[in-house]
Design a protein around this ligand. Structure first.
Ligand SMILES: *[C@@H]1O[C@H](CO)[C@@H](O)[C@H](O)[C@H]1NC(C)=O
Ligand SMILES: *[C@@H]1O[C@H](CO)[C@@H](O)[C@H](O)[C@H]1NC(C)=O
Ligand SMILES: [Cu+2]
Length: 290
């Protein structure tokens, strides 16, 4: 079992708590007021503070909120992010156009992933996936560059369904079933131009708007690698019982300079009290959100 210095473990835990994946280009859908009114204040806060977070983390937050409207939020489509918050952020593509995509993965989790056109009114996939990975972001290896940087080619037969802004998104979908974490990120777009047979014609919103896509918090390289290490350690040890420090008094224990992640979580449970222990345990298996 690996040991970490206090700083590394803290950095690792903190960035393990943060979410792990999002599209960085083209400009993706971001949270906003329409999402807030559909999904509730707390779900909005959860994503506004970390748009890299996963759907299950949102659902966990939503479960205790009366202003979460399940139907309106439609959380499995783009994590509940709304077109109405992204009207100035619509890409205009033409049939046959090659569009480079980049995805940022902050920590790996072996899963499956795909990238497809999704019809927003029904949350159904149109056509076949642009990309589909049986093994994605594996913990066992360095993430291949072609999983985070790839081209898609805009099909010629979606012009009629995707000519109006808001009707379709290109959704990147990553599901790590073993840890029950699903990540989604969407790009709003319209298709026009030759070969599409588009009758309505796209509302050509410029794609150069100044919508910020920057991440909520910049993660240092050190924190990122600590996160990866902490994550794999957490998984490797997730079935073993929590190690010491033994809780005889349970009042105040000091954190040793070197410790394992398990030890740190145990210490956290002792120090923060039993109400935090469930959260800490969840974090130990895999952190979502404190
Ligand atoms: C993408 O993956 C999910 C989960 O496996 C699946 O439900 C969905 O149908 C896939 N999309 C496509 C276009 O294959
Ligand atoms: C992605 O890259 C890996 C090597 O890093 C290669 O083995 C694999 O065939 C590539 N996949 C595609 C679809 O190009
Ligand atoms: Cu994770």
């Amino acid at each position: 079992m690996k040991s970490y210095s206090a700083a590394a473990a803290l950095a690792g835990l903190i960035s393990t708590v943060a979410g792990h994946g999002f599209i960085t280009s083209p400009k993706p859908r971001m949270p906003g007021d329409a999402m807030k009114s559909a999904c509730g204040q707390q779900v909005y806060n959860n994503q506004a503070s970390d748009n890299y977070g996963n759907v299950q983390g949102e659902l966990q937050v939503a479960s205790s909120q009366s202003d979460y409207d399940e139907a309106a939020c439609d959380i499995w489509l783009c994590k509940g992010y709304k077109f109405d918050d992204n009207k100035d952020n619509v890409q205009t593509f033409t049939a046959g156009e090659t569009v480079p995509f980049t995805v940022d993965i902050r920590a790996p989790h072996t899963g499956v992933a795909n990238v497809s056109v999704v019809k927003t009114s029904s949350n159904t996939v149109i056509g076949s996936a642009f990309q589909s990975w049986d093994v994605y972001a594996s913990n066992a290896a360095t993430i291949p560059a072609n999983q985070t940087s790839f081209d898609i080619t805009i099909p010629s037969d979606i012009g009629s369904e995707c000519s109006t802004a808001g009707d379709c998104v290109i959704q990147w979908y990553w599901n790590a079933a073993s840890i029950d974490q699903t990540y989604e990120s969407c790009v709003d777009f319209t298709v026009g131009g030759s070969g599409s047979g588009s009758d309505g014609g796209p509302s050509s919103t410029p794609s150069s708007s100044a919508v910020a896509t920057s991440t909520a918090a910049a993660t240092s390289a050190a924190a990122t690698s600590a996160a990866a290490a902490a994550t794999s350690s957490a998984q490797a040890t997730s079935t073993s019982a929590a190690a010491a420090p033994s809780s005889t008094g349970g009042s105040s224990s000091t954190l040793p300079e070197e410790f394992t992640l398990d030890t740190f979580i145990s210490w956290l449970e002792q120090t923060a009290g039993s109400s935090s222990s469930k959260k800490a345990r969840r974090a130990r298996v895999h952190a979502r959100a404190f």
